[in-house]
Every structure is written in C-alpha cells, then in structure tokens.
Design a protein around this ligand. Structure first.
Ligand SMILES: O=C(O)CCC(=O)C(=O)O
Ligand SMILES: [Fe+2]
Length: 311
C-alpha cells in the first residue's frame, strides 16, 4: 500500500494541540486554523494531493501522523459526541480537506462535520458503519443522494484494530474486467438505489455515469437492486468482481486514508468487538469539489434536499 509522510520534517506537533473544536455550529475558526496547518505539509504530500486531484491515484494512506493526544476509551453506545482533550486528528482532517475541496456532511450521519465510526454494542451484525462482526458492504458514500455525493472520503484511524482492514476497488480495474454487456448495462438507469427505509424511497438511476467525459461510480452493494432479472445478473457480476479485485489497506493508529469516492469503492472487513474501551475508532469526513459553504450539512433523505448551512 502507498503511504507517505504528510508533514515536513521540521513540523512542530505542538501546533496541533491548539486545534479548535470541530463539534460546533460554526467551523470557520477550525478552517482558519487548518489553513496554518496545511502550510506545513511536505512536498511529497502536496504531490499526493495533486495526483489525487487529477485522478492519477484513487486513494492514499498517510501514516505515522504526528498526533499525540489521549484518546478516551472507545464507547460501546452511540453517543452524539465524545469529549477529547484536544482535536488533533480532526485538525489533520480539516487541513487535508482544504487541499481537495470543502468539508460537508449528511444530517442522517451526524450533527457534525466529522463523525465517529466504532463498533456499537447490539449492532454487530447491522449494515451500518457501527457494525463489526458483519463486513461493511462495498459502497461509495452518499450514493443515493439526488444532488451531492462526496468527491473524497476521509478516514482517520485514531485507534487501530488489527483484525479489520479497509478494502478498496478502483473503478478502472472494475471496468477492465467487466464483460462489455455488463459495462453497457451499468450505464443505464436500471438500478434502484435505496434513499431511505422509512419512508421507503429510492432513485432509479445508473451505477456508472459519465460526468464531463469522466466515468464515475455511485453504488452500494446492499442498497442497490436491479429493476429486472437482467440488471440483477449484472449486479452479481459486479459484486463478484469487487471481491476479486479488492486491495487491502490495514488501518494503523494515526493514519489518514483518503478515497476518491467517484473513482473507487470501499468497505471494511468484519471483526469481533471486545467492548472493553479498546475497540477500533475512526473519524470520518466528506469533501466535495462543489461550491457550497464549508460546513454545510445536507439532508440525505429529504425530497427537496435541504442544504442548511451551519456556519
Ligand atoms: O469503518 C470504516 O473504515 C469505513 C466506514 C465507512 O465506509 C462509512 O462510514 O461510510
Ligand atoms: Fe464509507
């Protein structure tokens, strides 16, 4: 797996201790601070961001990030926000986001721009990101949203779980292995993408779409079905290929995985949680290249798509 240092050698990590909280209504202060942090990125890191931006690479993991904070025990229940003494990992996410676009979120995921991913007791077999024993399905985030899906997904691991890895599949690899008929079918509006369970709502649309001459993917293995037998068979071919082509990215404490959400699909393997405070914990965030106010929280399941600015 690719990895590289995010900060230049002379970076003083005391700077990260001053990070303002991202768990507030107005993230302007955080973003101002992130502008300072971003200036300390290494040349190597800047070229990674450029390569991500021009699509030459579709994901990258920065490792050994110079974060030195006391991470509280991983909770067992889903609480809206867990106090930490400092916001160093969040500061790294915010600074990296500025290289790629604008931070935004979905109201259904969190009330904040950065959300917490850890195994929740009672949800071990669920399909959501709080699952553990069950593998998280291959997906692109926000895949059913009628207007906005992230260009990039950021996953900062603050507590490692050696038995869980992320799985990544490049769209170009998929296309290279699909039959010509399946490739053509995936570009047709023959797939029902679930938007919400309650009320039951879905969008019928393609899985592969050309956007400004570039092929992009929006898919969720568990929430998309074919509208007929033929399109369902196409999905079976697609799903089988994803398993074959997936590359493993082990999570390491203090690593930041950035995924191009239009050019790659991701998932996470299953693992057995301990619920002893030492379970895996990842901070997630979404970035868009669209011109929206930073910190916008978008309603995922609303018909008219409420874009409520919180800053
Ligand atoms: O747990 C992970 O590593 C991935 C979580 C994820 O993909 C999500 O929350 O959408
Ligand atoms: Fe995801």
């Amino acid at each position: 797996m690719n990895s590289s240092r995010l900060f230049e050698g002379s970076f003083d990590n005391k700077l990260l201790q001053e990070a303002p909280s991202p768990y507030v209504r107005d993230i302007a202060e955080l973003l101002q601070y992130a502008e300072r942090i971003r200036k300390c990125f290494s040349c190597e890191a800047n070229s990674v961001f450029r390569e991500l931006d021009r699509g030459a690479i579709t994901y990258w993991q920065f490792t050994d990030l110079p974060v030195s904070e006391n991470v509280p025990p991983t909770p067992r229940d889903y609480t809206s926000h867990i106090e930490k003494q400092t916001y160093q990992s969040e500061a790294v996410i915010a600074a990296a986001s500025l290289e790629l676009g604008t931070l935004f979120g979905y109201r259904e995921t969190s009330n904040h721009i950065i959300y917490d991913i850890y195994p929740v007791c009672g949800y071990e077999e669920s399909s959501s990101f709080v699952s553990s024993k069950k593998r998280l399905a291959f997906h692109t985030d926000g895949s059913a949203h009628p207007l906005i899906s992230p260009d990039y997904v950021m996953l900062y691991c603050i507590r490692n779980e050696p038995r869980a890895v992320n799985l990544l599949v490049n769209l170009s690899d998929l296309v290279g292995h699909l039959s010509a008929s399946a490739f053509a079918a995936l570009k047709t509006a023959s797939f029902r993408h679930l938007i919400s369970q309650n009320p039951l709502r879905h969008h019928v649309k393609p899985i592969f779409t050309e956007v400004e001459g570039e092929l992009t993917v929006t898919y969720d293995e568990e929430n998309v079905i074919g509208i007929d037998h033929e399109s369902q068979q196409v999905l079976e071919e697609l799903n089988g290929l994803m398993y074959k082509l997936a590359q493993e990215v082990p999570n390491r404490t203090d690593s930041l995985l950035i995924v191009n959400n239009k050019q790659a699909l991701h998932s996470r393997t299953g693992f057995t949680p301990r619920f002893d405070g030492r379970d895996r914990w990842v901070k997630g965030a979404f970035v868009t290249k669209s011109e929206i106010p930073p910190g916008t929280l978008v309603g995922l399941s609303s018909e008219m798509v409420h874009c409520a600015t919180i800053c």
